[in-house]
Design a protein around this ligand. Sequence first.
Ligand SMILES: *Cc1c(COP(=O)(O)O)cnc(C)c1O
Length: 282
Amino acid sequence: MIVKHRAAIDGLVAYKPGRAPAAGRPQVKLSSNEMSFGPLPAVLDAISRAAATLNRYPDFHRVELTEALARRHDVDPSQVVVDNGSGALLQVLASVIASPGDEILHAWRAFESYPIVTAVSGATGVTVPLDDRHTHDLAAMAAAVTDRTRMVIVCNPNSPTGTVVSRDGLDRLLDALPEDVLLVLDEAYQDFVTDPGSPCGIDLARERPNVAVLRTFSKAYGLAGLRVGYCVTRPETAELIRKAIVGFSVSTLAQAGAPAALAPEAAAARESKKRHFHRIYG
Ligand SMILES: *Cc1c(COP(=O)(O)O)cnc(C)c1O
């Protein structure tokens, strides 16, 4: 016997996390793309200090972290929503944007969670295969837009293929999309992009009304266990997300550690680790 539930969930294969690292051995976990270096000392210090206040609820509005991110990206704090991972934000976005009968469009292969968040929202998933260079086929995605499309997801750089799309391609996709249909740019790996001509979603979000960018502290910041991700978008879209996210979902430790990772000294240390990472993994 199983309780009554949404049929869309039956079709899903449960998310398979990468294997847990064996104790005491240095690990490169390619399946989860974790940073193999530990957190910076300043981040650990901030987290330890905050640990003494765990009897209190965290700041419901995540003010300090939201303002720090707004300064970093030169946007208004009303355009930034922080949650416990960009994966959580994607799920909230899908749920506030799409209903059963609507379509969520994304490439395949792309990030594992897209079919899951689509099914959980109740919407129908429409997938467009990557091209023969394992890159998003943005023209084919534009052609797949229908009047039921509510959300398009582009993973840039793409996980798991590492390929990037062009600014031109994104502009053409946006031109094919009604201005009230959201394009989500999942930029979990944006900090690893070395090509200066590669598009930055946050610049695009400044120009277009229907772009939401997802970023995370899990990859380049090496803080996957802290669970912090954020969305940069128009204030109206940000407000939709804020209404639906779970209260207090960003812990006290996360709200203390993430701003420390954004400090200028942390940026320098992070850059040197990133260069090291690039040297090893190309
Ligand atoms: C790791 C990853 C995420 C999830 O990041 P969290 O902030 O840890 O939830 C989202 N998108 C892509 C493409 C990723 O690789």
